[in-house]
Structures are given as structure tokens and as C-alpha cells.
Design a protein around this ligand. Structure first.
Ligand code: PLP
Length: 424
């Protein structure tokens, strides 16, 4: 791997909680959950949009500005060295959390959206040409559609879309039929934010690699819910957002195989991404600096490291089990509400329960729920093709996080019965 700063990840952190998971204990770590909304306790079920932050993450940001603030990779003075160490430590924690091979494969970005744009414009413009094909799925978030559409306009490549069935499962036979030697990129979502479907990434990766295509996985909705093992997934790129995994907004991750990142041109340029600059020539920095031009979101990265520590302490397998239990409980419970139709009944699901109601438009449902202190999302969830597939303008979406409990689900269901009463 030429030119990379290759620090091998030796050991993975404990991903299984050492102590029993107690959702009540977890809830105490999230101060915002004590908020009253219109005099009622907040029931926060909009975790797919963004998650709330534990005190440890809030403290990390506070402590950074109280005692550690300086620019990174620039100063010889004490504070700059402290900030640089913390920033680099955060990268190492995240590399271990995702089971990357070397930590220079972890690039800090603003989030999933920027990560995907980076790959499309850097890797894509360099390697994808007229007549090549890019495959996405029909359940992508707009941020994994539009960057590829733009790349197709720029290069003359063709965008192809894997359809999904009425339950929200990808139709893998169609995918098999689409793959051919012209396929250069397969970009798929791991967990759909609109349906909750968990897609078979290992199978997709193996099939795409067999025709020589690269694979990008949009992990925005999987990273908070399940242990991610990049070595097992075997994808070439993986994108996720800090704010969906209990960390701050404005920070995210792009993982890329070191040999691919090494060969890619910079996405943005400026300070911190160079080895040397003259007016004749610039030599770019090594990984990961080459892709981190300018002063980065230092406290964001450090606080994302704190979020990863928090997730590791709870245990990703334990969080996954808890949320699966809650999803099952919630699915059974909302089915008692007359005139409610769940959208998305895939074989494997995570964290998301989307539905429509005969009685009211999703926005009206969302408003009545808000009056009861229940925060959900109503709309197209930045996945308009999914809405088009089902012929609806929007859905109401309850999405779960590690701190949600059965009381939250009961409050949701009681509020849904109220919707029916109001619109009877
Ligand atoms: N991909 C999926 C599946 C998402 O759910 C989201 C956000 O909701 C994104 C991508 C975009 O994430 P961000 O806005 O953090 O860049």
C-alpha cells in the first residue's frame, strides 16, 4: 500500500456487553429524555433521523473546549499535541469499531452524504466511463442516488436499479441478471431508512466482486443497530454518520480499502492534505490526510470516539437484541390499531417501523402524536422512489434507538388510537 500511514488494528474492543443491558440504566445517560413536550414526557422515536446524545458525548465536547482546544497536525505546543492525539485516537477507535484493516482507511467526513459524494467524484470520475454501469437499489436514500446520477451525467455511465418486492426484500434474481462485466460500482444501503430492510451485503459483495465491480455500502442506518465487521462484509467503501450513532452532527466516516484510497485523487484540496506545495507542483499527503483538507471537525471526531466507547460499553450485540425485541413488540402492538398498514415487512429488519393510516395523512398523524409528546417522522424520508413504489406520498415512521423501551411503544400506540378518534 504505497504512501499510506499503515497502522495495523491489533485487537477489536469488547463488542459484547460485560454487564446485563439495562435500558432504564441507559436512559439515565441521556439527559434530553427528561424533557417534557407540551407537559408530557418526551417519547423520542425519530432515531433514524438523528439520535440523542449520552452525557459522555456531551462531556467530551464540553471538555474539549474547556481544556483541550487547539488545531491539529500543526502546532508543536502542548495543546495542539493533546488535540492531535485525541483526534488520531478517535480514528483508531472507529477503525476498531468497524473492524477495518488499518486505521488510515478511516476518513473523517461530514457524514454519509459527503462520504458517498467523495467516492462518486474521486473514485467514480477516475474509473467509471461511458458505457459502464452503476447499480443501486430501489430503496436508497437520496444521498445514495443523486451522486451516482450526477456521475452518470458526467461520464455517460448508466444507472441501474435493483427492484424490491412488496415486503421490502431486494429481488436478488434481478440483481443477478443485472450484473455484467460493464458493472463498475454497486452502491447499496445496508439498512433502509424508509422500510427497515436489512440487505444481504455479503452476498451482494461476493456477486459484485465476481464481475469485477466495486461495492459501496451506505451504513447510515446499520451502524447504530448492529455490529459492523468490514472484513466480513468485504465491501470496498462504507459510509456512515456520527449523529445517527449517538455522536455529534457534522462528522461522519468514509471507509475505503487502502489501495483504492491511495490510488484516488483528492476530493477537496488545501491545507493539511499535502506533503509539499510549490507553484509548479503539489505532492499530496498520505492517507488519511489526503482526503481531509482544511481544519477538520476536531471535537466532532473526538466526541464520535466517545460515542463509540459508549456503544462498546453497552455492547453492539446486546443493543441489537434489545432493539429486535422492541421492534417485534412494536410491530405486534401497532397492528392492533384499526386502519394502520405497515410498510416494510422484510425477512430481516432493523430499527424502523413505517406505516400509513386510513384515517389521516402522515403529517396529521405526526402532529397528533406530537401533541402526545411522541416524536416520529412524517414524510418521504428522503427516499421518494420507495414512496413511488408503494404509491403513497409519505409515511409515518417510528424508529428505535438503544434507549427506547416498551413504555415508549405503548405511548405511541395510545397516540395512534387517538388519531383514529380525532379523525373518526
Ligand atoms: N443514507 C441513509 C440510509 C440515511 O438514512 C441517511 C439519513 O437519514 C443518509 C444516508 C444521509 O445521512 P446524512 O444526512 O447524515 O449525511
Amino acid at each position: 500500500m504505497s504512501g499510506s500511514t499503515a497502522v495495523k488494528i491489533d485487537a477489536r474492543p469488547c463488542r459484547q456487553s460485560c454487564q446485563a443491558f439495562s435500558v432504564e440504566h441507559i436512559r439515565k445517560d441521556f439527559p434530553i429524555l427528561n424533557t417534557l413536550v407540551r407537559g408530557k414526557p418526551l417519547v423520542y422515536l425519530d432515531n433514524a433521523a438523528t439520535t440523542q446524545k449520552p452525557q459522555a458525548v456531551i462531556d467530551a465536547i464540553n471538555h474539549y473546549y474547556t481544556a483541550q482546544n487547539a488545531n491539529v497536525h500543526r502546532g508543536v505546543h502542548h495543546l495542539s499535541q493533546v488535540a492531535t492525539c485525541l483526534y488520531d485516537d478517535a480514528r483508531q477507535k472507529i477503525a476498531a469499531f468497524l473492524n477495518a484493516t488499518v486505521e488510515c482507511e478511516i476518513i473523517f467526513t461530514r457524514g454519509t452524504t459527503e462520504s458517498i459524494n467523495l467516492v462518486a467524484q474521486s473514485y467514480g470520475r477516475q474509473t467509471i466511463h461511458e458505457g459502464d454501469e452503476i447499480i443501486i437499489s430501489g430503496m436508497e436514500h437520496h444521498s445514495n442516488i443523486v451522486p451516482w446520477q450526477i456521475l452518470c451525467q458526467q461520464t455517460g455511465a448508466k444507472l441501474r436499479v435493483i427492484p424490491f418486492d412488496d415486503d421490502g426484500n431486494l429481488i436478488m434474481d434481478e440483481f443477478d441478471r443485472m450484473l455484467n462485466p460493464r458493472t463498475k460500482m454497486v452502491a447499496v444501503v445496508h439498512v433502509s431508512n424508509a422500510l427497515g430492510t436489512v440487505n444481504p451485503i455479503q452476498e451482494i459483495t461476493a456477486k459484485a466482486h465476481a464481475v469485477g465491480a466495486r461495492v459501496l455500502v451506505d451504513g447510515a442506518q446499520s451502524t447504530p443497530h448492529t455490529a459492523i465487521d468490514l472484513k466480513a462484509l468485504d465491501c470496498d467503501f462504507f459510509a456512515c454518520s456520527g449523529h445517527k450513532m449517538y455522536g455529534p452532527t457534522g462528522i461522519g466516516i468514509l471507509y475505503g480499502r487502502a489501495e483504492l484510497l491511495d490510488a484516488m485523487p483528492p476530493y477537496q484540496s488545501g491545507g493539511d492534505m499535502i506533503l509539499s506545495v510549490t507553484f509548479d507542483k503539489t505532492i499530496y499527503g498520505r492517507l488519511p490526510s489526503k482526503f481531509e483538507a482544511g481544519t477538520p471537525h476536531i471535537e466532532g471526531a473526538i466526541a464520535l470516539g466517545a460515542a463509540v466507547d459508549y456503544l462498546n460499553a453497552a455492547g453492539m450485540e446486546t443493543i441489537h437484541r434489545h432493539e429486535q425485541d422492541l421492534l417485534q413488540y412494536a410491530t405486534d402492538a401497532v397492528e392492533t390499531v384499526p386502519g394502520l398498514h405497515i410498510m416494510g415487512r422484510a425477512r430481516e429488519k432493523a430499527g424502523v417501523l413505517a406505516f400509513t393510516m386510513d384515517a389521516a395523512h402522515p403529517h396529521d398523524v405526526g402532529q397528533i402524536l406530537d401533541e402526545e409528546g411522541v416524536a416520529v417522522r412524517a414524510g418521504h424520508h428522503c427516499a421518494q422512489p420507495v414512496m413511488q413504489r408503494f404509491g403513497v406520498p409519505a409515511t409515518t415512521r417510528a424508529s428505535f434507538g438503544m434507549y427506547n423501551n416498551r413504555n415508549d411503544v405503548d405511548a405511541l400506540v395510545a397516540a395512534l388510537h387517538k388519531v383514529n378518534k380525532v379523525f373518526a
